[in-house]
Design a protein around this ligand. Structure first.
Ligand SMILES: [Zn+2]
Length: 736
């Protein structure tokens, strides 16, 4: 059996211990795993390099190398017996085919094995995301590993078939082993090029595609490694394996993964920011790290004591870095090294904004909430933009409450929307996947649920992105649909105005007239890539002109839809709230788009509230979009003391009873796609502190004197008092 590998002995395989037969297979897998690990580590290094996270360059790539080597080596070890059997099964038929058969069989079985290993790690991750509890997860991983082994077995057969096909097609009969190596190299190189192009051409919308692309990339690397091995001088690699003592192979088999694991774990513990960054990457090392973290989270509190997650009480589920701090109880629940002081809650409990609301404004209103994705405040007419981007909203604004200084709770859609719909800061929202912030948990109480319980009919018409990637956001909606067919974002996402109108009208026409309604409309249009809409309004050919044209498009279609609502009488006794989930950067601080920074261009957003019969007004005081929910509950008479909200009703300001006191307002960004660091910003009085939680860096701005955030202040006293304020507030976010 082993001659398939070594090409030396064709006898005696039955008398050898099994492990001796399998060890060369494992060595082959481990070698390939190590090379893949090196590429993975380089990818991690490159992705962090572009993010200018210099210190992470020292730790994360090395840790990635260790973890990837370890995990792939272990998978290879598991698969070696199956590959050994596979080689025995196929050897019988292939030995007549000439001296190239060994090499090419090795390549194809190798390819199949590694392909299966990567698929297994991805499947294991998906299973972990969808299961609770350590035993269930362990069982899931075991099932996946077994499946991977079987897949490798099948793949080996497939590989041989492919090899035959290739030999049939390849015109050069002589030295076909090298010819095959060349072909593999060409295919591998082409695959890498295609994957890179796909990665660049498509963005976050295609997260599911990006997994396929990554799979393709690693498959391509395997092809290249295979080509390299096959292209070595005749029998070179085989002879190398044959000459090495199997005893050493066994030692190597145990040492490599152990060493990789230990080095990876030590490095990640030494530098938690690197651990955070690595966990946010999509390479094999990122998967391995997350799997290892989940597997060593013994108490199930969402954090492991190892691999940089820093659970300071590994067997106490109440204590861990993801647990909510309860101020003043003498216990450091969130592992930040201290118990929060009881006074940390002062930002909420002592605040005059929490007084009871004037009852004159309360009615059984219908509620319409409209979000234009990605609209920064200074690109709307009613906030002073020179381009005529928003004629409909401008006219609505003259009869509405307009908030001049509204802050988004995050600079990225899902964190922001989850906060807005729960009335809580996004770090106080319960996420199914903890720090990675993917889907929201059913444990949250969202606005649609509250209104549903209060007897409303609840409708949502959104972009396909929401139901696909944050499916739990739909809880409480009786109807909740993408405006257009899922999967057609490229064609439809930026031309969705008529689709949104059609869906909304269908829902409204079919509704129960005896009940009030709640309708949420999400217009994706202003999100990049910016498409021009000359049929609505065109401003020029610059980047921001395209952006403005998108806003004008959304405004136009919202205006049309609302004119139908008006004509049908559906706007009577109806509150309309308009906002955007976050802003957009046009290189003011060196970057484009959003989700990456917490400067004003990303956070200052429009907020307009129209209440029939209430006098219009413009309000200067800083507010957060998490105030929308308590405001709507006050207006509709469904405020509930038992709801634990971070937002505050805006009625105190708008109804002439503004307490005037300044608020502390937070905005947050976790580590995620293209973003290496966790960021938090605190607004207090005229100042804003942006704290990079991962690196410890801080920037302090005086927004009154420097609204564009050009000059960070170096007032150390003020900075540290703001920092302390921010830390206390973060501490107390969940403990309520
Ligand atoms: Zn968004």
């Amino acid at each position: 059996m082993n001659d398939a590998m070594t090409g030396v002995s064709r006898r005696g395989s039955t008398s050898r211990p099994l492990w001796r037969t399998w060890a060369p297979w494992w060595l082959l897998g481990a070698t390939s795993a190590s090379i893949t690990a090196l590429v993975d580590a380089m990818t991690v290094g490159l992705s962090l390099w572009s993010a200018e996270a210099i210190d992470a360059l020292m730790f994360a790539p090395l840790a990635a190398l260790g973890l990837t080597t370890a995990s792939l080596s272990l998978v290879s070890l598991l698969q070696a017996p199956l590959l050994g059997i596979a080689s025995g099964v196929f050897h019988h038929r292939s030995r007549k085919e000439g001296d190239d058969s060994d090499g090419s069989r090795i390549v194809w079985t190798l390819v199949a094995a590694l392909f299966a290993a990567i698929a297994a790690s991805m499947a294991a991750r998906q299973l972990m995301l969808r299961t609770d509890g350590f035993q269930v997860r362990a069982f899931a991983v075991a099932v996946v590993s077994l499946g991977a082994g079987l897949a490798a077995l099948g793949g080996a057969g497939l590989g041989l078939g492919l090899r035959k096909l290739v030999r049939g097609l390849w015109p050069f009969r002589t030295n076909s082993r090298r010819a095959l190596a060349l072909l593999l190299a060409i295919v591998g190189g082409a695959l890498i090029a295609v994957c890179r192009v796909l990665l660049v051409a498509y963005d976050v919308y295609l997260a599911s595609l990006s997994a396929v692309v990554w799979l393709g990339l690693f498959f391509a690397i395997e092809l290249l490694v295979g080509a390299l091995l096959l292209g070595l001088p005749r029998r070179g690699y085989a002879r190398l394996v044959a000459r090495s003592k199997n005893r050493w192979l066994a030692v190597f088999a145990l040492l490599v993964p152990t060493l990789g694991l230990v080095v990876g774990a030590l490095l990640l513990d030494a530098h938690p920011p690197s651990a955070q960054r690595l966990a946010a990457t999509n390479g094999i090392s990122g998967f391995a790290q997350r799997a290892l973290q989940a597997g060593t989270d013994f108490d199930g509190d969402g954090a492991s004591a190892f691999f940089g997650q820093g659970d300071c009480a590994p067997f106490d589920a109440r204590i861990g870095p993801r647990s909510f701090e309860i101020p003043g109880n003498g216990i450091d629940e969130n592992c930040d090294g201290r118990d929060a002081e009881a006074s940390a809650m002062a930002w909420r409990n002592d605040d005059p904004h929490y007084r009871a609301v004037p009852s004159t404004a309360v009615s059984n209103y219908n509620v319409i909430m409209v979000c234009f994705d990605t609209v920064r405040v200074d690109h709307l007419g009613f906030y002073g933009h020179e381009n005529d981007t928003s004629p409909y909203l401008d006219s609505l604004a003259t009869e509405s409450w307009v908030f001049e200084n509204a802050v988004a709770p995050s600079a990225t859609t899902r964190m922001s929307l989850a906060a807005i719909f729960s009335g809580r800061y996004s770090s106080g929202v319960v996420w199914t996947d903890g720090a990675r912030v993917e889907d929201v948990s059913e444990d949250n109480v969202f606005l649609a649920e509250i209104l549903d319980d209060a007897g409303y009919q609840t409708f949502g018409v959104v972009d396909e992105w929401l139901p696909r990637f944050v499916p739990t956001m739909r809880q409480g909606f009786s109807k909740y649909e993408s405006a257009y067919r899922v999967g057609t974002w490229r064609e439809s996402g930026h031309r969705a105005g008529p689709f949104i109108a059609a869906k909304a009208l269908t829902m409204m026409v079919g509704r129960d007239l005896a009940k009030p309604y709640f309708l949420y409309l999400h217009y994706e249009a202003p999100h990049h890539p910016y498409q021009h809409h000359p049929e609505v309004r065109e401003f020029g050919q610059g980047v921001t002109d395209g952006y403005d044209s998108e806003i004008a498009y959304a405004d136009h279609h919202l205006g049309l839809l609302m004119s139908i609502f008006e004509a049908e009488g559906w706007l009577e006794n109806t509150v309309l709230v308009f906002f955007s989930d976050h802003g957009e950067e046009f290189r003011e601080h060196g970057q484009s788009y959003h989700s990456r920074a917490l400067y004003e261009e990303s956070l200052r957003v429009p907020l307009l509230v129209h209440v029939p019969g209430q006098a219009p007004g413009r309000f200067d005081g800083r507010v957060s979009l998490i105030d929308i929910l308590p405001t709507l509950l006050d207006l509709t008479g469904h405020a509930d003391e038992n709801l634990s909200l971070h937002g505050r009703s805006l009625l105190h300001r708008t109804l002439g009873d503004d307490p005037g006191a300044e608020r502390q307002i937070l905005s947050e960004l976790v580590v995620g796609a293209g973003r290496p660091d966790e960021l938090t910003a605190l607004y207090y009085e005229d100042h804003k502190l942006i704290w990079n939680v991962s690196t410890g860096e801080m920037e302090l701005f005086d927004l009154d004197a420097d609204p564009a955030e050009r000059n960070a202040l170096d007032d150390l006293d003020l900075r540290s008092s703001m920092h302390e304020r921010l830390r206390s507030m973060r501490d107390s976010i969940g403990g309520d």
